[in-house]
Design a protein around this ligand. Structure first.
Ligand SMILES: NC(=O)c1ccc[n+]([C@@H]2O[C@H](COP(=O)([O-])OP(=O)(O)OC[C@H]3O[C@@H](n4cnc5c(N)ncnc54)[C@H](O)[C@@H]3O)[C@@H](O)[C@H]2O)c1
Length: 370
């Protein structure tokens, strides 16, 4: 794989292979993806449309994206506008749903800015997208149920941030850990909205039998995560692509496990189709857990191999004084539940995923700061 297009095509085929039964379950049905113009939308949308093209004898999955495009219209999505199985709707999920939305069999609620730099700029919108937006989708699901046309699955995107900053004896972190989270700090608009969102899901599942399931993503990265997103891997990639030193905004000690986007989206589709109603699933990888300085050094070494990059890793304070406030020291999941119950087996190694990401960034180095 030498070009961004080759990386994406390879990932889409891998996803179609790993999601045979899930895509077949969605065949001929309508799938709504809120926030489908975002990073994870990149493989959610293209994954389903690729499956349609690769399986012409099956009834196609009809994909509808609701997005406010608050972070812009990505070129990969505008380039797909001619696909008859894709409908793009400009809709802000904080407001009432369109009255003519029709029947959806599956809904993925991913509309919520994930980058701390951006979600902290408008904390009230962040809360509203996760709480009010989710509530309107759950009410829609309930109304479909009352009409005798129930949804088959609704997936709410929670976050590993609901665990806050776990003490070392709770790392790796299983779904049963209750969290250690600030309800008033700079990240609370996100963390607490995700926590309340999960409470809504559990109670709509138990009281009203709505087939809503919850995914808790642990640090995803890869193609589709735009270079201006201000999460750590695109930040380092931006320095590499500009041929300058890689700037770290921490002392380099916080540790994370990173899950490649193709593996992560496979996990999310499995939660949507096969997850138990009212249940939450960690989606990520258990190893390797690496520090930010190790990550920066790894990326620099791969970039040297791939493009003759000559920069080094340096440290600098962020202009955003709250950049590191409530930033968890370690984040590492237990994924036994998703492995055992859903057949989720992520297989792209960190080294391979980082190489693919750098190749993708080389072909996608321009993105607006929005
Ligand atoms: N990527 C990760 O590692 C990660 C980790 C934890 C949680 N999540 C969750 O997964 C979901 C998707 O994450 P992502 O990385 O794709 O995020 P992203 O920021 O790349 O994309 C979010 C998308 O949602 C849209 N959006 C935001 N507010 C909206 C609103 N009010 N109405 C309609 N559209 C709106 C944006 O325009 C954007 O297209 C989010 O709920 C996020 O909180 C992601």
């Amino acid at each position: 794989m030498k070009t961004a297009n080759e990386v994406v095509l390879h990932d889409l085929s891998y996803m179609a292979d790993c999601l045979k039964s899930e895509f077949l379950a969605m065949s001929g049905k309508r799938l709504l993806i809120t926030g489908g113009a975002g990073f994870l939308g990149h493989y959610f949308v293209q994954g389903a449309l690729h499956w349609n093209r690769a399986n012409p004898s099956q009834a196609p999955i009809s994909v509808v994206v609701y997005d406010s495009f608050v972070r812009g219209m990505p070129t990969w999505l505008s380039g797909m506008k001619g696909d008859v199985n894709l409908t793009l709707v400009t809709h802000d999920i904080r407001y009432p749903l369109p009255t003519d939305m029709g029947d959806f069999a599956y809904i993925i609620h991913a509309a919520s800015i994930a980058s701390p730099t951006y979600y902290k700029r408008d904390p009230i919108s962040t809360m509203d997208a996760n709480v009010n937006g989710l509530r309107m989708l759950l009410d829609y699901a309930q109304s479909r149920q009352e009409k005798g046309r129930p949804l088959e699955g609704l997936l709410f995107f929670s976050s590993s941030e609901i665990y806050g900053d776990p003490s070392p004896d709770h790392i790796p972190t299983p779904e049963t850990y209750r969290g250690f989270v600030s309800c008033t700090g700079p990240r609370a608009c996100y963390d607490e909205a995700k926590r309340y969102g999960e409470t809504l899901c559990v109670n709509f599942a138990h009281q009203l039998n709505i087939p809503v399931k919850v995914a808790r993503p642990f640090n995803n990265y890869g193609p589709g995560l735009k270079i201006s997103d201000r999460r750590v891997i695109p930040d380092f990639a931006r320095d590499i692509m500009a041929d300058r030193d890689i700037v770290m905004f921490s002392d380099g000690s916080p540790k994370r496990t990173f899950c490649y986007s193709a593996d992560a989206v496979i996990g999310y589709y499995k939660v949507l189709v096969k997850g138990q109603k009212g249940e939450a699933y960690n989606i990520g990888v258990e190893t390797p857990e690496i520090s930010m300085v190790e990550l920066a050094e790894k990326l620099a070494a791969f970039a040297r191999d791939l493009f003759g990059y000559k920069g080094k890793v340096i440290r600098q304070a962020s202009e955003d004084v709250s950049y590191l406030v409530d930033n968890p020291n370690r984040r590492c999941p237990v994924i036994t539940k998703a492995r055992m119950h859903l057949g989720y087996h992520p297989s792209v190694t960190l080294d391979e995923g980082l190489r693919r990401s750098l190749i993708w960034y080389q072909g996608n180095r321009d993105a607006q700061d929005s």
